[in-house]
Design a protein around this ligand. Structure first.
Ligand code: UDP
Length: 327
């Protein structure tokens, strides 16, 4: 298959690009390198630097390549930034995707895999955990809303046109390619496992724990951390399912289990053998106490078998990547 990956120089997109190239698919990457890194792209992938929202770029790309399916990762993902600059998110995540979808429909590209987020669920109540795909979608920030709006576009397009999609709602993606080819390279990334690894390596002096008075087993928030390589595999399965003619789907991507912030910190200390300093801070606005996926549907639909679901292993690969970034 020939696949267009938007945002293929980014954290998640580059992992999927490597997996697809590994199995012999043709990969074309479109990325403006605003946060992506050219070196993280597989050498065998065709790389186009440009904006997904530029209709002419898309037309030229579709003319030059016979694309069978699109995987869409390009977008903005920083929640506090989305609150301060909502229009950026409705542009980068919603309007740009509309342009891409318009081009897909015009070119009769009928298979689409979309990188969505658990942020579409907002703050699920305790009795709604773990969240299923049927849990009400009530996002609490522009980031979540901008992604949910895209899911709605996909749904409507799939009814109006010969077009099928899989929207994957990611929980907390972490870790790096075990063979060290790519990883989370955005310097300003704020994700817990990345920043804890940076604290262990002395790249940052300390780590703040946002909120210690939640009603969880140790007072800190619980999240479902999924290894990026397991997530990449889900994308390949989604693509294969679409290729085999399966209907559109929306699926949660997590393992169905959670760790507290303190448990993650313990793991990073254990794996790195560094007892770095942490500080207890106030709660961060908009953090749900607990977010765990019910991943039953994903396993049932795709017969997905995770291979990297041990927390220390996730941390080990993240740490290895951070060490590489320091060189
Ligand atoms: N967190 C923290 N300190 C940090 C970064 C994150 O205590 O420096 C907490 C955050 O409040 C949340 C969890 O770690 O409870 C996961 O946050 P992250 O930003 O990695 O992902 P999110 O769940 O917000 O998508």
């Amino acid at each position: 298959m020939s696949i267009l990956i938007t945002g293929g120089a980014g954290y998640i997109g580059s992992h999927i690009a490597h997996e697809l190239v590994d199995r012999g698919d043709d990969v074309v990457i479109l990325d403006n390198l605003s946060t992506g890194v050219r070196e993280n792209v597989p050498a065998k992938a065709e790389f186009v630097q440009g904006n997904v929202g530029d209709r002419d770029t898309l037309s030229a790309l579709f003319k030059a390549h016979q694309i069978d399916a699109v995987m869409h990762f390009a977008g903005s993902i920083v929640v506090p930034e989305s609150v301060e600059n909502p229009l950026k998110y409705y542009d980068n995540n919603t309007a740009v995707t509309r342009t891409l979808l318009e081009a897909c429909v015009a070119e009769s590209i009928d298979k689409f895999v979309f990188s969505s987020t658990a942020a579409v669920y907002g703050m699920p109540h305790a009795d709604e955990l773990p969240v299923t795909e049927k849990t009400p979608t009530v996002p609490i920030n522009p980031y979540g809303r901008s992604k949910l709006m895209t899911e709605w576009m996909l749904q409507d397009i799939s009814h109006a046109h010969d077009f099928r999609y899989v929207a994957l709602r990611y929980f907390n993606v972490a870790g790096a390619d075990p063979s060290g080819r790519t990883g989370q390279s955005t310097p300003a990334a704020t994700h817990l496992i990345k920043v804890a690894c940076q604290a262990a390596l002395g790249v940052r002096e300390q780590l703040g724990v946002f909120g210690t008075d939640y009603e969880t087993r140790d007072g800190t928030c619980v999240r479902d951390y999924i290894h990026v390589t397991d997530l990449a595999k889900v994308h390949l399965l989604a693509l294969d399912a679409l290729q085999a003619g399966s209907p559109s789907r929306v699926l949660n991507c997590g393992y169905g289990r959670g760790f507290t912030v303190r448990e993650v910190i313990d793991s990073v200390r254990r794996v790195s053998s560094v007892d770095f300093v942490t500080h207890d801070l106030e709660r961060r606005a908009g953090d749900p106490p607990e977010l765990i996926a019910n991943a039953g549907e994903l396993r049932a639909q795709f017969n997905w078998q995770p291979e990297h679901d041990d927390l220390d292993h996730i941390v080990e690969t993240a740490l290895k990547w951070e060490r590489r970034m320091m060189r």
